[in-house]
Design a protein around this ligand. Structure first.
Ligand code: FAD
Length: 481
């Protein structure tokens, strides 16, 4: 593993490295550069995370490495204190507000935290040097300020079947060969956010495994341009603007179906290989860290929806209507409860045997669940208050033509205190938030990202002490047995 740059990179360093990577990104039927114009909106989001001296989040975006003591990016850090968890949650909310959506780099930090815990447990139980290998990789990851993608979700085939029961065993990523110097893996991981603009792909198991699923119980990291890795990507962003430029329209996201076509992984990058019991723990722990990140980013989604709802009500002249105030109160209640659950999970976190802080699992899942079941209601509220114009706003070209613009500017007017240009700006942004390709992805991500709501329900009921609550009622009812 050769060093790339100094401990903290700039956005330019990051883009430069992407330019030098092997071409394995497939987009719209072609092999493209990682800096393709449709990928740049996502790269600009990651760029925000390198802006460590920005006064809006100075101090939050850096941390001291527990391995080297060097100053590193927060998104490469393994949480050692409750303050670390709180800082990650806070900076996630700030950055998501800033890019108007998903900061995306949480994938990597959540993956390394889960690995830091489970590799220690696996090494202690088996004597295989999983934790040592992981720490070696982590030092490289931190020193080079790398961007990690978490490739957890397998394509999964028939959902009712376990990996070893699938008709095609490759429908969950698996080890097909063990060699003296490493392993060969085959399979595909789905929905991988930042696939085309990450440095490293960090592969984790997706579910609990049975003893028959040993070949599928594997975790490792590979550079994203490794031989045999193919990234089939999709890009989403607000509709491009000709003249009505706006900061929010510059950001976007990509994800990939990441295919591993017999990829060789050297042993020093293999962090789990065959230990089925730890595969399930790793899957669950990544989900916990990722859902904790959601308590920051989904609070930001509430902030954005609330801001848009309040502004459109003001521009429409109905800001003081009682039903508008009620709706704003509901949005605030969701966003702040989700964030509060993340705070609670942070301050009640426990240290694992590796020294990594693990957020409280029940608070984390309750927060993510609350966000997931409310996300459509939030968009519903915004649609309600915005009216139909986000869906039918005439294209920008008409507004750039003075002959058409004179009509469009006259007939967009509502609250006379707000200019036609600002009305137009708001409704174009609302159109991006509600009717663009980004809008659709944000809504689906709000439900399924980090695990579908059923997964949080399973985590909550699995861990919650329901027996204790039943005992309370038995006591109150005078039931003796
Ligand atoms: C925008 C976006 C970004 C994402 N980014 C990433 C990423 O970077 N990395 C990553 O690894 N993943 C990522 N994900 C994946 C996300 O975690 C999954 O979408 C989620 O876990 C659901 O998996 P699935 O999409 O395969 O849906 P499915 O598993 O098909 O789930 C659909 C529904 O089927 C039901 N179901 C599924 N299995 C069973 C079963 N065995 N028994 C009963 N019912 C079942 C559930 O009700 C579930 O709600 C992302 C997802 C989205 C939408």
């Amino acid at each position: 593993m050769s060093a790339v740059t100094a401990t903290l990179r700039t956005t330019e360093d990051y883009i430069e490295r992407l330019r030098g990577m092997r071409k394995n990104v497939h987009y719209q039927g072609e092999l493209v550069e990682r800096t393709h114009p449709d990928i740049m909106p996502g790269i600009r989001v990651i760029g925000l995370t390198f802006d460590v001296d920005n006064p809006e989040y100075k101090g939050l975006l850096t941390a001291s490495s527990h391995l080297t003591g060097r100053q590193i990016n927060r998104f490469c850090h393994v949480h050692r204190t409750t303050d670390d968890l709180l800082a990650k949650q806070r900076v996630t909310r700030i950055l998501c507000r800033k890019c108007g959506g998903c900061v995306q780099r949480c994938m990597g930090v959540d993956a390394i935290n889960a690995l830091s815990v489970v590799t220690k447990m696996a090494e202690d139980a088996t004597g295989i040097e999983y934790h040592q290998r992981f720490n070696h990789f982590l030092e490289y990851f931190q020193d080079n300020d790398l961007v990690g993608n978490a490739a957890q979700t397998d394509v999964k085939g028939d959902r009712s079947k376990r990996p070893h029961e699938q008709v095609d065993p490759d429908l969950y990523l698996r080890v097909v060969e063990k060699r003296k110097d490493g392993i060969v893996v085959r399979g595909a991981k789905a929905h991988n956010t930042i696939g085309p603009y990450c440095d490293e792909i960090i592969v984790l198991p997706t579910r609990l495994m049975t003893p028959n699923d040993a070949d599928w119980s594997v975790a490792f990291a590979v550079p994203a341009d490794t031989q045999g890795v193919h990234l089939f990507i999709r890009a989403t962003h607000p509709r491009p603007r000709d003249e009505l430029k706006a900061p929010g329209a510059e950001f976007g996201a990509c994800d990939s179906l990441t295919v591993f076509d017999d990829v060789f992984v050297p042993w020093e990058r293999v962090f789990l290989c065959g230990e089925t019991m730890f595969a399930g723990q790793l899957a669950a722990l990544f989900a916990t860290y990722h859902r904790h990140s959601y308590t920051g980013c989904k609070a930001a989604v509430c902030d954005l929806v609330l801001g848009a709802a309040a502004l459109v009500a003001e521009y429409n002249g109905v800001a003081k209507a009682p039903h508008v105030r009620d709706k704003l109160a509901e949005l605030i209640a969701v966003g702040e409860l989700v964030f509060a659950a993340g705070i609670a999970a942070s301050v009640t976190a426990q240290a694992a045997s590796s020294g990594t802080m693990v957020p409280d699992i029940v608070y984390t899942n309750v927060g993510r669940y609350h966000a997931g079941v409310n996300v459509m209601h939030e968009f519903d509220t915004l649609i309600d208050l915005a009216g139909g114009l986000p869906a039918t706003l005439p294209p920008e070209q008409e507004w750039n033509n003075p002959e058409s613009a004179k009509f469009l500017e006259k007939y967009i007017m509502r609250n006379p205190a707000v200019s036609a240009e600002n009305q137009h700006r708001l409704f174009r942004t609302l159109s991006d938030m509600l009717c663009s390709s980004s809008a659709g992805v944000m809504q689906v991500a709000g439900v399924h990202g980090g695990g579908s709501p059923i997964m949080e329900r399973i985590a909550i009921t699995g861990l919650y002490d329901i027996e204790e609550r039943k005992a309370m009622i038995r006591r109150l009812a005078g039931i003796k047995d």
